[in-house]
Write a new protein. Sequence first.
Length: 257
Amino acid sequence: MSMTLITGLYFDIDTTEPALFLGGATFFSYNMIRYLKYKNDLLKEYILHWFNKNCKVLGAINVVMAFPLIFYVVGLNYQAYVYFFPFMCFTILYMIPVLRFKKKSYSLRKIPGLKVFVISISWAGLSTVFALTASDQNINYLHVLYFLQQFLFVVVLTLPFDIRDLFFDSKELKTLPILMGQNKTKLLGYLLLLIMNGLSYNIFQSSEFLITLVISLLVAFGLFNSNHVQSNYYASFWIEGIPIFWWILIIVVQCFQ
């Protein structure tokens, strides 16, 4: 939701409605992922107790939330539909094992090496390309560069999660930390942040670029301190909360301009 609002602030358009929709859709889809993991006994132990206690409440909220989400999708313009459905399909295929190979069912997250890229394409695409088209904008060259910038941002933002799960994830997933080890994964993250800032420099004016640079340094610091032994909230709150801080920082800077 914050990443969608950031898109609106950077391109001076109102992305409030797509942001609210994507916030609700994220809540809905992540609860569905948790429920599927719960049914297949795949939830981590520290989440399982909480989920057992709150499963019915979450289910009721999901049912209530489904109606306004459907209502919003029905009212989208044609161009927004074109960009929404591919990313929606990515999300569904990420959650549900509908792909079959050698009599086994797979979701996209189970295909070796794909997990981080599926997440990044979905997050970046929905918060940029979809948000822009849902706000009646025609996609141009700068929008494409911005999508690539946010794609790289999300890739790096997911690395602390994969480092955390290094000894929890199946070796068959072949996440970047499993393939490269922690240190090389961090070096790759720093390189991607440099490329991200190069894109930002070509897209925006000085103030927007400087904000992106500050956020990149914050992400780099979070990645540097990432380890397979970390608190429950290090990645799930402090790292994943960085887009919220990014959004607030832009608002503060724009207030003083």
